[in-house]
Design a binder for this molecule. Structure first.
Ligand code: ASP
Length: 292
């Protein structure tokens, strides 16, 4: 069975001096997850490994370096969804978790509920053996400097994988939007909005302004489009077109169908991506519009 892996580093109007570094971050995430996936690791393992790499990158809006809310605090959200069982683990508005994607996985695998937020999520994390970090330790100097500026940048991270057993999974992690109200939660941890996985069709991961993505249920829509679309790319474009024209949304998405076919679409200027293509890793800045 073929396997597949694609990651993104957030849709937006990325400043030229950051292009190469964002693309390199995406490449590193694929590099970290590729060998385990090749050796038989699950799609869930692969997306968690890839997203942990992206969460550690100071340039990206997830984990360390996440966006600051209006109080100057990093509040993080994440989702991990398993296409085999269609169960998910989600976490939102946590301030002391270095790798929210791993907490989302712990919720998926070890919690009677699917979605935990704030202090309750952090309490569950401690019970599961996670260490808490000081909230200030998640603030990167770059993010603190940027908080004062208005930018069209949505640098949430995400990964979609297909493993040898034919299972798909998606993981998403974000600090949300710069200057958001404390307690605001966007699309990223919401199944069907920020990410969605269904073994019978494929899986997708979104980035952009979460309010529109939630209204459009963008990733559910994209995965459902695989039912009739002739390729993953066509399904991604179809969902993106409805998102843009009917919902006035801003953002992008990456996806895999159940054969490993790739879809990339966005209505932002750029979307840094990396994916596996045969024996190679392709890493690039997808330009304006849809791009396979
Ligand atoms: N989708 C994220 C949110 O609205 C932001 C992003 O993609 O960077 O929280």
């Amino acid at each position: 069975m073929a396997f597949g892996l694609i990651v993104h580093g957030g849709a937006g109007d990325i400043e030229p001096h950051e292009h190469a570094e964002r693309v390199a971050a995406c490449r590193s995430a694929v590099e970290a997850a590729l060998e385990p996936l090749r050796q038989g690791a699950s799609a869930i393992d692969a997306v968690e490994i890839a997203v942990r790499v992206l969460e550690s990158h100071p340039l990206l809006n997830a984990g360390y370096g996440g966006a600051l809310n209006r109080d100057g605090v990093v509040e993080l959200d994440a989702l991990l969804m398993d296409g085999r069982t269609q169960r998910f683990g989600a976490v939102a508005a946590v301030q002391q978790i270095e790798h929210p994607v791993s907490l989302a996985r712990a919720i998926l695998e070890r919690c009677e509920h699917h979605f935990l937020v704030g202090a309750g999520a952090e309490r569950f994390a401690v019970e599961q053996g996670f260490g808490l970090v000081a909230p200030e330790s998640l603030i990167s100097p770059r993010r603190a400097a940027r908080a004062a500026r208005e930018t069209e940048q949505h640098d949430t991270v995400g990964a979609v994988a297909l493993d040898h057993a034919g299972n798909v999974a998606v993981a998403v992690s974000t600090g949300g939007l710069d200057g958001k109200l404390p307690g605001r939660v966007g699309d990223s941890p919401v199944a069907g909005a920020g990410g969605y996985a269904d073994n019978t069709l494929g899986a997708a991961c979104a980035t952009g302004i979460g309010e529109g993505i939630m209204r459009a249920l963008l990733t559910f829509r994209a995965v459902q489009s695989l039912e009739n679309a002739e390729s993953a790319q066509a399904a991604a474009e179809q969902a993106m077109s409805i998102f843009t024209h009917r919902f006035g949304g801003v953002g992008g998405l990456i996806m895999l169908d159940k054969q490993g076919g790739i879809g990339i679409a966005h209505n932002t200027k750029y979307l840094p991506v990396a994916f596996v293509a045969g024996d190679r890793i392709v890493a690039r800045l997808s330009g304006q519009g849809a791009d396979a």
